[in-house]
Design a protein around this ligand. Structure first.
Ligand code: F6R
Length: 611
């Protein structure tokens, strides 16, 4: 999705803007642009289609000494990716210059309004409409930027984060948002704005979170905030805990493999935040024992990989707590008028905390008066701020589009909830509780063992198999849940068609697709259903499939496996944390073997802030 960065201070803005935009590249984009202003001189705008490199080339010989500017990477929604549609946009006479993330839903109606007032539109974007609308209100009421932006916010429908410069207000950048992320940073060299933390992390860790329907004015050494009435409001400066290095590649070829290799560490960090003196400690969430006791139903709502975490969690939570759990894709949940139990808990899982459908699902739950808990990685994100309770995963910034380390920390969050809820509901005794906690704390070392032991093997396997057109992932129970994630990982980064099936479901149709050398990856960790999964693998093998099995050490799968990746043994509930590592590595190395842009797969964006 689109990215915004801005700077106003003592340094040359162009360097900070280009550096910030490069940190946002991972989000996916198809054009980029900057607007830079040197005090009272006219704003200079440069844009180009394609990679940021094109923009850099275009401006390399320009003398851009301005110390105030805004930049943007655009992911086309309204209108094709070209220079005219790229941001920044200006109003007809250049009075207003603006960059925008999000979508203006009523842009057609606003276009008519502007045309009636003799505005001309040159691009196909909703952003140009927004820019001219601000200009219209600015000139009509002559009450300055706060009034013009506020009137515009009341008039437009949709989601937006905007950064605006006014010709008559040099050395000021104006910011506003609704349902699209934006943070504002401050240090001794100036003020910063960004739609995503990594863009400014190198410069400052001190940020303000601007809320929906609020406005900010960034001067060279201060930031002021205003509400919709135009009244000034106070905000607290917060510190971001992420390391600068976690948003850099640090010698790795891709962010994805760097992030896979960080999994043992981030899982440990997340565990340490949730286990104190060998007891699960959910105090960070604010959930009380009395509240937990009352939950009669749990709904887990999420998208993509986070939804797969939800499916894993469903098996574990139901089994351990005996509370019924329902898992739903957020884009379905939000529109199906769900009937929710008043004594229920809605859990939203989201790395970014900004996924539009997950945010809408959260609001639906809140509208129905149901308690909400979000499992979120990005502090201060919309989902985190709007939930009743928040459990933060400590994965740090995740840059590769395909999630890996955040997924693993989300699993840890779910295990912790399941164990604690089971304890509060008296479904496990002290001994069982202790055994679960002890085993849980061994997960980071086991992840490290897998990374050390199987990476090379998987590299070799992937280079042999990267030509394939299809692959199937099968398993039962939690192994099925993790098959869904393995399948998504492979298809999204390697563009190989894959499907995940509950092993027992295969013979109800899909088995007809199995032919000589079709790759079938079987996950077999769950003792009670192990033999059944093996039987399903025998069935596909006898129809010509090449069978790869992921299974705990000591398991004899020789009769069925053409190849095997072994993982350490663990408690049955925690296998997803181990099996997912080889599956993520398969996705990564298959894509590398095909020479693909692993960190930025085609058509995908890191955080899906539009429907
Ligand atoms: C897949 C992937 C996506 C996200 C999904 C939800 O590798 O990253 O499927 O899991 O878009 O995103 P968040 O977790 O930010 O809500």
């Amino acid at each position: 999705m689109c990215g915004i960065v801005g700077y106003n201070g003592k340094e040359k803005a162009v360097d900070i803007l280009l550096d910030g935009l490069s940190k946002l590249e991972y989000r996916g984009y198809d054009s980029a642009g900057v607007a830079i202003r040197d005090n009272k001189k006219e704003i200079e705008i440069y844009k180009s289609k394609g990679k940021l490199l094109n923009l850099k080339d275009k401006i390399k010989d320009k003398k851009l000494n301005g110390t105030c500017g805004i930049g943007h990477t655009r992911w086309a929604t309204h209108g094709e990716p070209n220079e005219t549609n790229a941001h920044p946009h200006t109003s007809n006479d250049g009075n207003v210059t603006l960059v925008h993330n999000g979508i203006i839903e009523n842009y057609q109606e606003l276009t008519q309004k502007l045309k009636r007032h003799d505005y001309k539109l040159y691009s196909e974007t909703d952003t140009e409409v927004l820019t001219n609308l601000i200009d219209y209100y600015y000139k009509k009421y002559k009450m300055g930027p706060i009034d013009a932006i506020n009137r515009t916010m009341v008039r437009v429908r949709g989601s937006y984060a905007i950064a605006v410069m006014f010709r008559e207000y040099p050395n000021e950048i104006w910011v506003a948002r609704k349902d699209s992320p934006m943070i504002i940073g401050l240090d001794k060299n100036g003020t910063y704005l960004a739609s995503d933390v990594p863009a400014i992390l190198k410069y400052t860790k001190n940020v303000y979170y601007i809320d929906n329907m609020e406005l900010a004015c960034l001067k060279k050494d201060s930031v002021s905030f205003y509400d919709l009435n135009g009244d000034e409001i106070n905000k607290e400066l917060k510190e971001i805990k992420w390391d600068v290095s976690s948003a850099e590649k640090e010698g790795y070829e891709h962010f994805m493999i760097k992030e896979i290799n960080e999994e043992d560490e981030v899982v440990k960090k997340t565990l340490n935040s949730l286990i104190k003196d060998n007891q699960i400690d959910l105090s960070q969430t604010g959930l009380t024992i009395e509240e937990i006791k009352k939950f009669k139903q749990i709904y887990i709502v999420a998208c993509g990989s986070a939804y797969h975490v939800g499916i894993c969690a469903q098996y574990i939570l139901e089994d351990l707590t005996r509370i019924p759990v329902r898992v739903e894709i957020a884009s379905e949940f939000r529109y199906r008028k769900p009937i929710l139990d008043k004594n229920g808990l809605v859990i939203i899982i989201s790395q970014s905390g900004e996924t539009a459908d997950s945010l809408a699902a959260l609001r639906e739950a809140k509208d129905q008066g149901i308690k909400t808990l979000s499992i979120v990685n990005v502090v201060g994100s919309s989902i985190a701020r709007e939930s009743d309770h928040v459990l933060y995963t400590l994965a740090g910034p995740e840059i590769a589009v395909a999630t890996t380390k955040a997924f693993s920390t989300q699993l840890i969050a779910c295990y912790s909830l399941a164990i604690e809820f089971a304890k509060v509901k008296n479904k496990i005794n002290k001994k069982e509780y202790k055994e679960l906690i002890d085993e849980l704390q061994l997960i980071p070392d086991k992840i490290k063992t897998i990374l050390d032991n199987v990476t090379e093997e998987i590299q070799r396997f992937s280079s042999k198999f990267s030509h394939i057109k299809d692959a199937f992932y099968i398993g039962r129970g939690l192994d099925y849940a993790i098959s869904l994630e393995g399948s998504l990982k492979l298809k999204e980064v390697s563009y190989i068609h894959t499907e995940a099936y509950a092993a027992g479901e295969l013979k109800h149709g899909t088995i007809s697709l199995i032919e000589d050398n079709t790759l079938v990856i079987g996950i077999a960790t769950q003792e009670e259903i192990f033999e059944k999964t093996i039987s399903n693998l025998v069935e596909v093998k006898s129809r010509g499939a090449y069978v790869l099995v992921v299974t705990p050490e000591g398991k004899d799968v020789k009769k069925v496996a053409n190849a095997t990746f072994y993982i350490p043994e663990t408690n049955k509930y925690f296998y997803p944390s181990l099996t997912v590592i080889p599956l993520q590595l398969i996705g990564y190395y298959m894509a590398v073997s095909k020479g693909l842009d692993v960190d930025k797969p085609r058509n995908l964006a890191k955080s899906v802030t539009v429907e």
